[in-house]
Structures are given as structure tokens and as C-alpha cells.
Design a protein around this ligand. Structure first.
Ligand code: SF4
Ligand code: ZN
Length: 273
């Protein structure tokens, strides 16, 4: 669509507010920040609308990349006057994602899911907001369908209520806007973010495919994500009984949670818990 800046901002806000106004509390919001455009734009969006937000960042220990992200986030949140909490994985838990050679992204996902729930909850958060966007969810959906992981599609919704007293509800305000829209929004609003990709990231190509389709089928992505949302409750439910990890007490489906298992494996002997 060819829109002037004002019309673009109105359309962008209308789509984001569909989620924010419906599910977001005014206080106790923690925003997970990676340093990329999505999370930095989300923080700015909520800050501009005077939501009471705390920024949360995990230094994953991926070489200098992680230190550059941390510095940029520190500077940006200081400029906006937003409280920032940082967890340094290496210093606080004795291992880092940079240490992990086999499937680092899978370990990274475990670390993020665990800390982004535990740290905000212990500090009084009511909800965790992440910058996942429409194109991320379309990619997850496509991969879940191809891998026959149908039940995972139940979670591809803009708001996930807590399934356990120790789990925070999660909100994805950018569920109805994608990479390109957020890039334009960030440019118009002069939002500081890093274009540097994590050195461990792999190229998937799915998003480029969605944009190719959209060249021929106008509004393809938006219509698809509305269908993904509508369909989510039709997918089979995973029957997982959550209990508390025998080591850390956090919710898990196993005796020892995935985070404690990672920590045990990668922490050097003299730093073990
Ligand atoms: Fe973590 Fe980097 Fe993999 Fe993303 S690409 S999941 S930040 S290791
Ligand atoms: Zn544990």
C-alpha cells in the first residue's frame, strides 16, 4: 500500500491496539529486549502510550555481539528513562550460549523461556510482552504444519494466559504487523535498534516466500494470520501436566527442568550449583 506517514502510523496503531487494548494491563508489563527492531519498537510503542514498562535483557554470552547489544539497550533505555533489568547468563549461571556447540538455538530458546518467565515474575511482573511479529508466527505455523506438530499451533495466538501459578501470561502486541511494517514504523519514529544478526542465526527463507506471495496476492500475510488465530483452538491440545523442578522449583513437565539440565551439562565444575 502507498500510504503517507500519518496514514501508515494510524493503520499500524490500529492493528497493534487490537491486541494491546484487549489484553494489556496498564502496569506490571515487562518487555523482553534483544536489541533488534521488533523488541525495541515494541518498547517505544508502549512507552509513547505511557504504559508502565520495565525492560528486560539477557546477555547470552555470544561473544562481542552480546556485549554490543547490551550496551545499545542500556543507552536506549536510559534515554527513554525506562527501568532496565539485565541477566548475565555467564556471570549468574556459569555458562553461556557461546559455549554450546550442538544446537545452540535450541539451548538459547530454553534459556530465554526460563529466564524471561522467572526473573520478571520474581520482580512483580504481571505480564511478559515480546516483539514476535506476524511473519514469525506465519513461519512457526508453516513449520508446525510441515513437521506435523499440530498441537503447537494452539500457542500461536496474541495472548497466552498462564497455565501455572509460576508462569506469567504472555502478550505479542505485534501479532498483526510484520517485519516490513515494523521497519517502517521504526524509521518514522527514529527508533534505535541493531540490524546486526546473531552470528549463530540460520537463514530460513520462509519470510521471503511470504513476501513473494504477497506481491501477487495483496494482504496475503494479514489474512493468513487472522486465519491462524481463528484456527488455533481447533488444533489438538497437548496434555502436559506441569510440576515443579526438583532443583530450581520452576514449572516443568519433567523431574528436572530443561534449564537445570543445560546448566548441569555446561557449567564448569567449580561453578556448579
Ligand atoms: Fe539465540 Fe542467536 Fe539462535 Fe537467536 S539465533 S536463538 S539469539 S543463538
Ligand atoms: Zn530447574
Amino acid at each position: 500500500m502507498n500510504l503517507c506517514n500519518d496514514c501508515f502510523l494510524r493503520l499500524f496503531s490500529r492493528r497493534v491496539d487490537k491486541i494491546v487494548k484487549r489484553y494489556m494491563p496498564k502496569q506490571g508489563i515487562w518487555v523482553a529486549l534483544s536489541g533488534g527492531k521488533d523488541s525495541m519498537a515494541l518498547l517505544h510503542y508502549l512507552w509513547e502510550r505511557e504504559y508502565e514498562v520495565t525492560a528486560y535483557h539477557i546477555n547470552l554470552g555470544i561473544g562481542d555481539y552480546s556485549n554490543r547489544m547490551e550496551k545499545m539497550i542500556r543507552d536506549y533505555t536510559t534515554n527513554l528513562g525506562i527501568e532496565l533489568v539485565i541477566t548475565n547468563l555467564r556471570k549468574e549461571y556459569g555458562f553461556s550460549i557461546g559455549d554450546i556447540r550442538k544446537k545452540p538455538c535450541s539451548a538459547c530458546g530454553t534459556v530465554k523461556r526460563y529466564l524471561m518467565n522467572k526473573v520478571p515474575r520474581e520482580n512483580g511482573a504481571q505480564i511478559l510482552a515480546t516483539g514476535h511479529n506476524m511473519d514469525d508466527f506465519l513461519e512457526f505455523f508453516t513449520k508446525n504444519m510441515l513437521g506435523k506438530n499440530y498441537s503447537w499451533n494452539r500457542k500461536l495466538v496474541p495472548y497466552l494466559p498462564a497455565e501455572h501459578p509460576k508462569l506469567l501470561p504472555k502478550i505479542r502486541p505485534f501479532y498483526l504487523v510484520g517485519d516490513r511494517e515494523i521497519e517502517i514504523y521504526a524509521r518514522i519514529k527514529n527508533i534505535v535498534y541493531s540490524e546486526e544478526k546473531c552470528p549463530l542465526a540460520k537463514f530460513s527463507g520462509w519470510k521471503e516466500i511470504f513476501y513473494e506471495i504477497e506481491k501477487k496476492k495483496k494482504d496475503f500475510r494479514y489474512q493468513m494470520i487472522r486465519s491462524v488465530w481463528d484456527m488455533s483452538s481447533f488444533f489438538p491440545e497437548e496434555r502436559v501436566k506441569l510440576r515443579e523442578c526438583k532443583i530450581c522449583g520452576e514449572p516443568t513437565s519433567r523431574d528436572i527442568c530443561a534449564f537445570c539440565t543445560l546448566r548441569e551439562k555446561y557449567t564448569k565444575d567449580d561453578q556448579k550449583f
